[in-house]
Structures are given as C-alpha cells and as structure tokens.
Design a protein around this ligand. Sequence first.
Ligand code: AGP
Length: 604
Amino acid sequence: MCGIVGYTGKNQATPILIDGLERLEYRGYDSSGIAVSNDSGIEIIKSKGRLFELKKLTNGTKPEGVTGIGHTRWATHGGPSDENSHPHYSRDKKFAVVHNGIIENYLELREFLSERGFTFRSETDTEIVSMLLEYYYGGDMLDAIIKLRNKIKGSYALGILHDGEGGAFYALRKDSPLVIGLGEGENFIASDIPAILPYTRKFIIPDEKEVAVITPEKVTVYNRNKETVEKKITVSDLSADAAEKDGFAHFMLKEIFEQPGAIKKTVHDRITPDGIKLDGVKLNGNDIRKIYMVACGSAYHAGAVGKYFIEKLARLEVETDLASEFRYRNPLLGSDCLTVIISQSGETADSLAALREAKRRGSRVLAVVNVVDSSIAREADDVLYTRAGPEIAVATTKGYTTQVAVLYLLGLKLAHDRGTVSADEYSSLLSELKRVPEKLGAFIDEINPQAQYLAGKYYPAQDAYFIGRGADWSAALEGALKLKEISYIHAEAYAAGELKHGTISLIEKNSLVLGIAAEPALREKTLSNIKEVRSRGAAVIGVTDSPDSIKAECDDMITLPQTHPALTPLFTAAALQLFAYYVAAARGGDIDKPRNLAKSVTVE
Ligand code: AGP
C-alpha cells in the first residue's frame, strides 16, 4: 500500500506535498518523490529510502511551482530504488503519475507499448500508466484518461500531472482509497483525510472509476459516461492534531493510551435505557442461521474473540475466516447468513473482495470499520463504525479493541433478540461494558511499568509462545502478532491444549511462554499446560485476573483487573500491546513503521 498526495492553488506545492507525505509515511516508506509543474515543464525529484532523503534533495522548496503530486511507496512491483520510486513519467516527460494499487494487466500493456516503440526505466506496473497517457493523448486530457481507465485492470488511486495544463491536475480511483480536499482557492487529493487535515476539513470522495479534474478554483467529477456528477461534501470532525503524537514517543504508545476514550466513544451512546442501539442497523437474531466473521490480521483476531462471545451468549453459529481464504474457497453462505467484514482501514483488498463475494452469494453484509466512508463502509449493506479516531501506527491497538467492543454490542443485541441471555447476565454485561473505559484507563496506568519491566527482562528472546484456551486463545493470537510485527521476534499463538501435539518439541530452557489463563472455566486446564512447558525449562509470564491460581508455576505475572470474564480479552490486549511496545523499543525497532509492513494492505 502506498500514499499519494496532490495540490494545486496559490502556494508553493512542494512544502505542502512533503507535509502530506509525512502524514502518509505510515502507508509505505521505502521510497518517495514529488512532481511539480512550472514554466520549465514537469520537474520530478524522487529517491529510495525514507522521506527525509527526499526532504534533503528538495530542501523543502524545490521544485518550484503551485501544482504537484507526491508519493510514498510500499514496494510491490520492483524493489525500493530511485528508478522504481514514484512519480513515474512518460517518454516525453509531459505526463507524471503517482499510484496506489496494482495494475494487474501491466505486463500485457508493457508489451503493447513496447511494440509501439516505448521503452521503460523501471520494473514497476505504474510506469505503464504514464506511457499510456502519452500514447492516448490527442489534445484532450479527459479523453486520454478515459481511454486509460478502459485499458487498465486492477486497483488504483491515481494522481496525474500533465505539462501545459496550468494549475490543473487529475485523479481517479478504483478499489484504492482517495479523498479530494476542498480549500479556498486551492484543492488537494490524498490517500486519507489526516494527510491534508491541516489545510481543509471539506472532502469529497470520487466513486469507482470517476475522473476528477482539479484546479485551484474548482473540482469537476465525471462519471463513466463523461457526464459531470455532483458529489456530497463531507466535513471531517477529526482534530488537526489527530495525526500528531501529542508528546508520546510513538503513535503506537499514544494510541494504546487512547483506548479507554476510544472504547467510550464506541459503546457510550449505543447502550441506552431501552437496550442496545446499533445506529439504526436493522438486525434480528432470529432470522440469521449463521454468521461469518471475515477479516485479516488483527481484525481477524477481533472476529475470533467475537466468535466465542456470540456463540456463548446468542447461541448462534459463528465461523471466522481469513478474507484471503474466504474469497477463493467457494463459501457455503447465502441469504440466511450474516457476513461481518471487520476492518480498521476499510480498504484492505482481501476484505473488500470478501465483502463483494459475500454479497454476490446473497448474504447480508455488516461492516465493522473505523475509517468513515471507506470502500468497505460504502459497499456494505450496514456499517457499525468503531469510532477509534485516526490510527496512524501500523500496528493496530485501539483499532482492534474497539472492533472487539463493537462485536460485544452485536453479540449482546443478538442474544437479547433471541432470548438466549438471562436478564441478570444481560444487565451485568452491559454495566460492565460501560465501566470498561474507566477500568481500562486505570489498568493501563497500573500495568505500564510492569510491562516495561518485563520487556527489559525478556526482550532478548528469539522466540515467544502465547498460549491460551477459548477466548484466551483468541487473545493469544493478537498478542503474538503485536510482538512479532514490531519487535521482529518470532512469536506464535497456540491453543494451550494443542501444544503437546507437536510444537512443545520447540520448548527448551528459557523459551519464553506467555500463559493466558483468564477464562475461569478453563484456567485449571491452561495451568496444566503451563506446568508442561515449565517442566521443560520455559520462562513463563502468567496473564490472568486470578494470580494466586497460577503464580506458583510462573516466573512473572501480568495481573488483569476484575471484570466480567467475557470482557477480559480487552484488558489482555492492552497488557500485551504494552509488552510488545517496550520489547520493540528495547530492540530499537521502528515501532510506528515496522519493516515490510503497511498500515492497510490495499493489494492482494
Ligand atoms: C495489525 O497490527 C496489522 N496492522 C494488520 O494485521 C492489520 O490488522 C490487517 O492488515 C487488517 O487491516 P484492516 O483492519 O485495516 O483491514
């Protein structure tokens, strides 16, 4: 996934483009570049490496000009290099392009162009876009872009610059995110709203394959038939500092501490004296045969926690699926199923494709999403926003816990509809859920120094195993991912009862094992698994709300607060996030932008 930005207006473009790219760097950061049009044509400066390499080359001012586009890259076709960096430009250097997505038929198009005398400087798919524009251009940019759009296949958010267009530039999207910011005498494009929030709060979002012509005075959007279309203007309520660190060393730590407030926004006005209100989503648990929870990464782990909760409370069958598998396995779902697509960004390619597959098979689709008006939010039948606010760190924290909180609300609503939960259990869970923000805030403050201490003790570990049963196993999945994705320690989550069927052969002296034993009914069983690994020399960190029951078998403890047992995964998540954060800090990782990762994977 990459970040794109564009500007045209009364100010110099370069500082605005660079500033926008800094806010987009979490989307990809192995190379970057800008293209600005001025009297001498289109000037391009681009470089392999982090954004500060580009800043050095431009010293924040060059090239001069008031219209430009910029890009920060997460390599898909061709490794990080100056040549593979965006913007890419045409043979005659009259067209420059920045792109987020994948042109799936680029090899075929490369051949098409080569046969017509074009040669290529890079290994990328994007370069063929700039060449095709040169090939199709006959004096009308809109016509050339429409021909381009009809030729390319795959996913794209494109910013296009054409020499000689004065202050105009172009944009179009399919499957990749793109917003158009509306200023006073200036207009913008970006991959997401926070990138240009300091300049404007007014945005429009082009639909699939619509083409936008952007000048300082106005934005005109054309549909597939070249007719102009009016677009709804949304005004973002995000604060400009939403994309700032507010004194925290990293966005990830800031977002861990934001979780109590985020969860409060998620649940607060949805728990009412008349029961749970799900933003007008009409759901009756009695006309659903089965629920599919489909997502990727941490969002999948949230679905795993939701599965246990909903099956236990609503007695409804829930199947959790990795979106990249679901979309190709000919799933047995139909109109009597509810598909829940969970996604922080709302732009994950596999999850978006899974959504379309579920709808194609007649299933109703509910999206649990954080980014408002994202592709998944807009294509679902219903959406429940997690209201976590912008999440900048690549490793999700508040994005995950607010997803779990929404699934708790969904489970409670379905259980209530189906009459499968007693009044006492229902009200106890509701009151406990309302108390989570306060309890979680106190817990994070209390556990923070302990997490730091444990990280200082265990950060040299080469491997780590997270074991648990039931919902603790789902929590283990997320704990293992958090640790490995930012500290680069090999970490595995394992169902505690499954360890002895093979993987226990890996346990040796000082192997690090985190034993999550919060599920009351399964705690004794998990304790026996902790004993199994301890007897083979493992160093065990126990994670539980009942320390006396397991501490004799543990080297260290993380003690969770008392809450309804079903809600414990929220607290386990926060503790393991802090542990992972401090381990990564001790190992000197690039915590907000871990190697090889991107915040939202908008490619397959
Ligand atoms: C989690 O820390 C990772 N950033 C990753 O697993 C992420 O959860 C996954 O790519 C799904 O992203 P989404 O929620 O935006 O769809």
